[in-house]
Write a protein that binds this ligand. Structure first.
Ligand code: FAD
Length: 507
């Protein structure tokens, strides 16, 4: 052991590669680390929590494994690319399995829609609800395709560092109705109210209100259909662990339990970071994967911080209430991904996003990973999480007092709908509220997904991936361009390849 430690010290001493520091080990930070490692940097990732992954951390409790956050893996090619950069294949480390259906969407009246990637089955599902909408569904998917080609394939990897780059895409944005909301555009193609919900709910997966998220997010329907919805066997945590192994294989380091208090800036350039412990670490460049608002509130020197007006104007995504629970028996009729819609749609979203009140009703996402991978629970048991979008902390809810009554309310909704007999079957339970998002991930207003994805906070209007005021400072993650969700944060790291100098040339 002693020899190993000494060897590591010597190895670090003679490692003359330029040093890159990554603040935060969310998927954006881990992906940035792999990319920088592949481009010749000696990378150190600094994470304040005691495990990597950020929102994708894992809760292990009483023999159950709960992925804390992302469960729906889309655009797997973005992961594959990271593995290739490190000279491996994704399948060497992680087994992704396609989901079919992607989700079951259950309406308040008990009817449900099986949402899949199979066009014929989707047409049949649409016809079951409203035969007249089948042609509209086809046209919507063609529209989604066009938006995906531009919004994801072309623009998702553009840095948007200048206003000129934004002006260049303005005609495309207008043509694709980017100035309108997702729901507006869906409603242009589809008439049935329930189907409008089915095809417009996607922005909620990345922190947006479908009634005001830019219609650019109509691209998600095509993105899912083309590249599928997948689950990582063993849980999303396997992707996190795999990325950490890639970073180590490149000679990079991950330090857990260390919090950055300040990004050091000298003569207009980032030169390192200070930690709460008093340690200072020097670097040739710094990448912040911390919440973009918090980076601009606390980590940067005063002169470079956002003004109070900018903070007030910033729209944060909604908060999330997540209840992880294990049951002593299995519920085989429940799919892997179920969306349980409450009686209200637009009005519930207005409660959450605008009025910021905790409503009596709720729409829920229920995750049952043991439908695909029973190893995530003890034999004969099921692991679940249920997620309810709720107001972020700007709503002023006292979550210390509300958490347990709200959990009980949600348990009752599940018991009455898809999990009869739930209360007698619960054997383990854990709740997280927007307060935990604030305290654990240092998330501004405890939001679930960083800045809300509205047009005025997208592309050039979103915090840039290369700081415009500080040299050698870069930002990745949900609160930066292009935005939240695994494809978004992996793309934010991908953009670094076009704005960070290649150390293999400059070293
Ligand atoms: C419950 C939930 C479910 C979701 N489901 C899906 C899904 O199914 N599919 C999907 O694609 N997306 C999903 N998302 C969204 C997706 O998980 C996130 O957008 C993405 O994981 C965020 O990654 P990030 O790079 O922004 O980093 P984060 O996950 O936000 O991690 C940032 C890290 O930085 C650390 N940090 C912050 N400040 C400091 C500091 N000063 N010093 C050191 N470390 C610091 C934090 O501790 C944290 O670990 C979900 C999100 C949640 C919350």
């Amino acid at each position: 052991m002693l020899t190993l430690a000494v060897d590591q010290k010597i190895a670090q001493k003679i490692d003359r590669r330029p040093h890159a520091l990554v603040v935060g080990s969310g998927f954006g930070g881990l992906a940035a680390a792999v990319r920088l490692g592949a481009r010749g940097y000696r990378v150190t990732v600094l994470e304040r929590l005691t495990q990597p992954g950020g929102r994708a951390r894992v809760h292990r409790q009483d023999g159950f494994t709960f992925d804390a956050g992302p469960t729906i893996v889309t655009a797997p090619q973005l992961f594959e690319e990271l593995w290739q950069l490190a000279g491996r294949r994704l399948s060497d480390d992680v087994m992704l399995v396609p989901m079919d259906p992607f989700y079951r969407i259950r309406f308040a009246d008990g009817t449900s829609f099986a949402y899949s990637g199979d066009v014929d089955r989707m047409r049949a599902e649409v016809a079951r609800f409203a035969p007249d909408d089948v042609a509209g569904y086809d046209r919507f998917m063609a529209h989604s395709r066009a938006v995906c080609r531009i919004g994801f394939e072309q623009l998702g990897h553009v840095p948007f560092g200048s206003v000129g780059s934004m002006l260049k895409i303005a005609p495309d944005l207008l043509r694709l109705s980017g100035h309108r909301s997702v729901h507006d555009v869906v409603a242009r193609f589809i008439r049935d109210e329930r189907l409008r919900t089915v095809f417009s709910f996607h922005p909620l997966l990345i922190g947006g209100n479908p009634f005001r998220a830019s219609a650019i997010y109509c691209l998600i329907a095509d993105l899912e259909r083309r590249w599928g919805v997948h689950f990582a066997m063993g849980g999303t945590g396997q992707l996190v662990d795999g990325l950490v192994r890639l970073i180590r294989s490149q000679g990079g380091r991950l330090r857990l339990g260390v919090e950055v208090t300040r990004i050091r800036v000298e003569a207009g350039a980032a030169t390192g970071v200070d930690l709460t412990s008093g340690e200072t670490i020097a670097a040739d460049l710094v990448v912040s994967n911390a919440d973009s608002a918090v980076t601009h509130a606390r980590l940067l020197p005063e002169a470079q911080r956002w003004s109070s007006g900018r903070f007030q104007r910033a729209r944060s995504s909604m908060g999330l209430f997540v209840w992880y629970f294990g049951t002593s028996r299995r519920f085989p009729k429940v799919d892997h991904h179920t969306i349980l819609l409450g009686p209200r749609y637009r009005d519930l979203l207005a409660d959450i996003f605008d009025r910021k009140v905790l409503a009596e009703d709720a729409s829920l996402y229920l995750h049952r990973p043991t439908a695909t991978d029973p190893s995530l629970a003890p034999p004969g048991c099921d692991a679940f999480y249920v997620l309810a979008p709720v107001p972020n902390l700007a709503g002023g809810q006292d979550w210390h007092a509300l958490a347990e009554p709200y959990r009980r309310r949600i348990a009752a909704m599940l018991e009455e709908s898809v999990l009869p007999g739930l209360s007698e079957a619960i054997v383990t339970s854990k709740v997280t509220t927007p307060l935990d998002f604030q305290d654990d991930f240092l998330s501004y207003r405890g939001s679930g997904f960083g800045l809300e994805p509205v047009l005025t906070q997208s592309a050039w209007f979103r915090p840039h991936n290369r700081s415009s005021s500080i040299r050698n400072l870069y930002l990745v993650g949900a609160g930066t361009h292009p935005g939240a969700g695994l494809p978004g944060v992996l793309s934010s790291a991908r953009i670094l390849d076009s704005v960070v100098p290649d150390a293999r040339v400059t070293a």
